[in-house]
Design a protein around this ligand. Structure first.
Ligand SMILES: CN1CCN(c2cc(NC3CC3)nc(N)n2)CC1
Length: 155
């Protein structure tokens, strides 16, 4: 079964990061970056930029892919291949949408208890500016069975 390619964008400033409270669908009631599926005819980066606009109204003007995590769920054949981007510069007005309620968080107050459990493992690598790739196996949506993360060159 081919992987399902998804995007995740974390817009980060010096001392704060932009997250959105997911109001419906996959990951509902958890804070997360912005992202979604990659559509036919668009690159992964174009898909990432589109999802940010759709989910919070901002237009990314500078962003780069910094990580990739393959997620497996016990009992499900399809791997989620999540491409993670750091958003550096943006334009536009932050807005709440049907999908997401955006909010800025201080880097020392990231609400990990209300996020996907894997975030606590790879956010520290992301926040020190490293590139990374990993594989994380879940049982359901709350239990991590295996986690392997590799830090690549430091950007
Ligand atoms: C489009 N979405 C869906 C997937 N996603 C995930 C997934 C994730 N863990 C995986 C066990 C689910 N952890 C974060 N932080 N984000 C990014 C946005």
């Amino acid at each position: 079964v081919p992987n399902k390619v998804l995007t995740l964008v974390l817009i980060r400033e010096e001392y704060r990061i932009l997250l959105g409270m997911k109001k419906r669908g996959f990951g509902v009631n958890r804070w997360n970056g912005f992202g979604g599926k990659v559509e036919a005819g668009e690159t992964i980066a174009q898909g990432a930029k589109r999802e940010v606009e759709e989910e919070c109204g901002l237009t990314l003007t500078e962003f780069e892919e910094v990580g990739r995590i393959d997620f497996e769920f016990v009992g499900e054949p399809q791997i989620l291949e999540v491409h993670i981007f750091r958003g550096d510069k943006y334009e536009g007005e932050l807005q709440e949408t049907e999908e997401m309620r955006p909010e800025w968080f201080a880097l020392d107050a990231i609400p990990f208890h209300s996020m996907w459990p894997d975030d606590a493992y790879w956010f520290p690598i992301f926040l020190r500016g490293s590139k990374f790739k990993g594989y994380i196996k879940f049982e359901g949506h709350d239990k991590i069975l295996d986690c392997s993360l590799e830090e690549l060159e430091t950007t």
